[in-house]
Ligand binder design. Structure first.
Ligand code: G6P
Ligand code: MN
Length: 441
């Protein structure tokens, strides 16, 4: 088995320690020769990197080299895989993405609605620059991107790099949901075979089977309807916000029993309730800054100070494990099935070919081979078409620097609908993002 050289772009992320623990847990499946962190924020990255040095020394001595840098050439030269997890504007800008729409009575969310558009308009430019940098120094590296908003980023990257077949956009939400399915079914996530279709953060599981082919969908639905639904992955199981989000799956399934929904559909199907539920002065971004971010930074510091991981509360999470197994399937031509984001090209036969859709695909060293989904029903198709048009208009607005397209996008979004409200929110987002967005004319 060839040992891989891995770069984590966005090394200072709150997800990095979980990723390192996942790489350790998966070392037999995806053995590493070197790990390199790359970030534009040297200080933030160093905090995580110092702890990582100790973790690797104790738990992954097989890694021959660990480096962290803000230099692109040093980072990407020789890379086999680059995991991309950047957040343009940081959690401070996430807070604005959430607060501004909420102050107009509209869903304020990281990736859904106006917040998602604002974040998308920030992410696209940095993602394009980063991919160009990676390709300058590592023309053949696999780029696994889970930078948000993944749907908009995926659409923009497809347009900018139409011939680059080694960029794969992924989201961990379907996997995190499947961890809870597995818990209910008394199985492991890796034992389950999903059928799924949609856009990123906008999809449905149509079937869940085990590896023997037994259909477990009705059992799962019955359990959720009778006993509810809760997050089970370590990273989110105890988080009150995620608990509420998973609980809402029961409600969605009651109202629309056909398929098992992605949790993110709650923002589009119950926008009023989602607005009522949150404190506009203390949004999810604030919770994450005071929660995960603080926890990870303190954990890093305490490992560094102690010089050992002994007693440190380090956990493997599905986010990391999923990405690592995806990488392994690509690296070693394994051909396992994962839910990833790919260009439709007839997979969902009654949606446009050029849509970036989220579906199960077999992953080999030649890339993703998605499975045919066929025709989807009118309700889901209608919802998806509106959302898809919104996503495409956001990307149009970015590339064409077109105010009107941005306004059309927001007006189309189910979380907004009303044109004057869309305009007010858009104008405030433009002001808040003046350091990040292209100028809209
Ligand atoms: C899931 C989604 C990610 C999203 C994250 C937000 O993992 O798949 O796309 O960024 O949740 O979680 P947070 O705890 O930061 O609100
Ligand atoms: Mn996601």
């Amino acid at each position: 088995m060839k040992k891989q050289n891995l770069v984590i772009a966005g090394g200072g992320s709150t997800y990095t320690l979980g990723m390192i623990m996942s790489l350790i847990a998966e070392k037999d499946n995806f053995p590493l020769k070197s790990i390199t962190f790359y970030d534009i924020d040297a200080k933030r990255q160093e905090r995580v990197a110092k702890a990582t040095e100790i973790i690797l020394k104790e738990k992954y001595p097989e890694v021959e080299e660990f480096n962290y840098t803000t230099d692109k050439e040093e980072a990407f030269t020789g890379a086999d895989f680059v995991f991309v997890q950047i957040r343009t504007g940081g959690l401070e800008m996430r807070a604005k993405d959430e607060e501004i729409p909420l102050s107009h009575g509209v869903v304020g969310q990281e990736t859904c609605g106006p917040g998602g558009m604002a974040y998308g308009m920030r992410s696209i430019g940095d993602m394009i620059e980063l991919i160009n940098d990676i390709r300058t120094y590592a023309s053949e590296a696999w780029i696994l991107n889970y930078t948000n908003p993944a749907a908009i980023v995926a659409e923009a990257l497809k347009r900018e790099f139409p011939n680059d077949n080694k960029i794969l956009n992924i989201c961990d939400m379907p996997a995190a949901i499947m961890v809870s399915f597995a818990g209910i079914l008394d199985k492991e996530i890796w034992d389950l075979v999903p059928e799924y279709f949609g856009l990123n953060h906008f999809g449905w599981f149509t079937k869940i089977r085990d590896k023997e082919g037994n259909d477990l969908t009705d059992k799962l639905k019955g359990h959720i309807l009778n006993k509810g639904f809760a997050p089970e992955d370590a990273e989110i199981a105890e988080d009150p916000s995620w608990k509420k989000t998973f609980k809402q799956v029961e409600r969605m399934l009651t109202d629309f029993p056909e398929y098992l929904p992605n949790t993110y559909l709650q923002y589009y199907l119950y926008p009023e309730k989602m607005v009522d539920k949150v404190d506009p002065e203390y949004t999810r971004a604030n919770q994450v800054m005071d929660g995960r971010e603080k926890r990870v930074q303190e954990l890093s510091d305490s490992i560094t100070e102690a010089g050992t991981t002994e007693g440190a509360d380090l956990e493997v999470d599905i986010h990391g494990r999923y990405m690592v197994r995806v990488a392994a399937s690509l690296a070693y031509n394994i051909g396992d099935t994962y839910i990833v984001i790919v260009e439709n090209n007839g997979i969902i036969s009654n949606l446009p070919d050029d849509a970036m859709v989220e579906v199960p695909a077999q992953l080999t060293s030649n890339g993703p081979k998605p499975f045919a989904v066929g025709e989807i029903p009118t309700f889901q198709k209608g919802l998806i078409e509106g959302q898809l048009a919104y996503e495409k208009l956001v990307v149009d607005a970015y590339f064409e620097q077109d105010y009107n397209k941005a306004l059309q996008a927001l007006t189309l979004n189910r979380t907004v609908v009303d044109t004057p409200v869309a305009k007010e929110i858009l104008d405030e987002l433009i002001e808040a993002n003046e350091d990040y967005w292209p100028e809209l004319k």
